[in-house]
Design a protein around this ligand. Structure first.
Ligand code: FMN
Length: 338
């Protein structure tokens, strides 16, 4: 009724302007509600405010043991690396066992990684600091089953043996590679990679992905210093692919996360394409704070309408190298038949 009244008394231009404004306000309101809805779930269930559930604690433990796995497979593993990390990992594993038992397979793997760390240092006749040695000792007191892990040894020939094989072998043969030789990857090769990677599916075929390929060593280094997750191998990176997604092709509340979904699917396709072309690669997170995001935007010179998805460090692996185990959960843990 009010609408009809306004339509009758207001000039058409004014009426249309108000109508547009009302629609914009309503969209803005719904967007704010949606982001609040997302935020509430993150606040309630992420590990941000204390690891008070088994799920949160195991997530923390996986993250910690993964850093140890990376350290053990670095081109030059530093003796005594990750002192505080090891202490936290051993303590968290002990706490987990005391609270929730010893049956989680990731927990079991984490203990195996701690033991591998200990054995690695014993083999190198390196005395661990008392605080670390004691935390490992305390952990051993509460575990019933102790299997020492062993990160994978690989040769370049073995690693790429299945890179052109059917998908089953191909997918199972890909791993994150964090060791690169000085061999250059020709730019043309990377163009072939990106050509193959654009076969990725996307919502309504909008192909929001954008890539920026960095070849200059100084530029790569300054980006990787800010990225932060490449300690021990970043200096060996030959080419760096920065993947972003263009937000402009999406609209309304329902598509607020589509750039990350489609961008992520594309990033995986790039990773597989690199493996097909026998290029060693490791995805690098763009889990940025606001400050980090702003700094990276400047360094990478990306458009304001784009969001970071991930980076991929690329290089030709050396003759022999090591690969982190990165143990996967059993099928039953992450899949539900309904
Ligand atoms: C989105 C994303 C971000 C990642 N960030 C990093 C990183 O910053 N540093 C790193 O060394 N590995 C990083 N990785 C690699 C993972 O650690 C690796 O994929 C995982 O452990 C599984 O191992 P795999 O790739 O060998 O199968 C990242 C992977 C993904 C998918």
């Amino acid at each position: 009724m009010l609408k009809e009244l306004l339509q009758n008394i207001l000039p058409t231009v004014v009426f249309d302007f108000l109508k547009r404004k009302k629609l914009q306000f309503s969209l803005l309101w719904h967007l704010m509600q949606a982001y609040r809805y997302d935020m509430n779930r993150y606040i309630r269930f992420s590990d941000t405010f204390g690891s008070n559930t088994a799920q949160k604690l195991i997530g923390k433990i996986i993250k910690e043991y993964h850093v140890v796995e990376k350290g053990l497979t670095m081109p030059d593993t530093k003796l005594g690396f990750g002192r505080e990390l090891l202490f936290n990992l051993a303590t968290n594993c002990r706490q987990y066992i005391e609270k929730y038992g010893e049956t989680d397979e990731q927990l079991e793997h984490a203990v195996g990684v701690v033991l591998e760390y200990e054995q690695f240092h014993q083999n190198c006749m390196f005395q661990l600091e008392a605080v670390v040695a004691n935390s490992i000792h305390d952990l051993k007191q509460v575990v019933a089953k102790t299997t020492v892990c062993r990160q994978k040894d690989a040769s370049i020939e073995d690693y790429f043996r299945y890179s052109e094989s059917p998908f089953f072998q191909f997918a199972k043969s890909r791993s994150s590679i964090r060791n690169y030789s000085t061999e250059n990857i020709p730019t043309e090769k990377l163009i072939e990679v990106l050509d193959l990677a654009r076969t990725a599916p996307s919502a309504c075929n909008r192909q929001c992905w954008r890539t920026y390929v960095f070849e200059n060593k100084d530029q790569i280094n300054s980006i990787l210093i800010i990225q932060g997750g490449n300690r021990g191998f970043g200096h060996l990176v030959n080419k760096l692919i920065v993947i972003t997604a263009e937000v402009g092709v999406f609209a309304n509340v329902g598509e607020r996360n589509e750039s990350f979904i489609d961008g992520g699917i594309y990033a995986m396709n790039v990773l597989y394409a690199l493996h097909y072309y026998k290029i060693g690669a490791c995805m690098l997170n763009c889990s940025n704070t606001i400050e980090k995001d702003l700094t990276l935007r400047k360094l990478c010179d990306i458009r304001e309408s784009e969001v970071f998805i991930a980076m991929i460090s690329c290089g030709i692996p050396p003759e022999n190298f090591r690969i982190a185990l990165s143990k996967r959960y059993d099928l039953g843990k992450t899949n539900t038949l309904r």
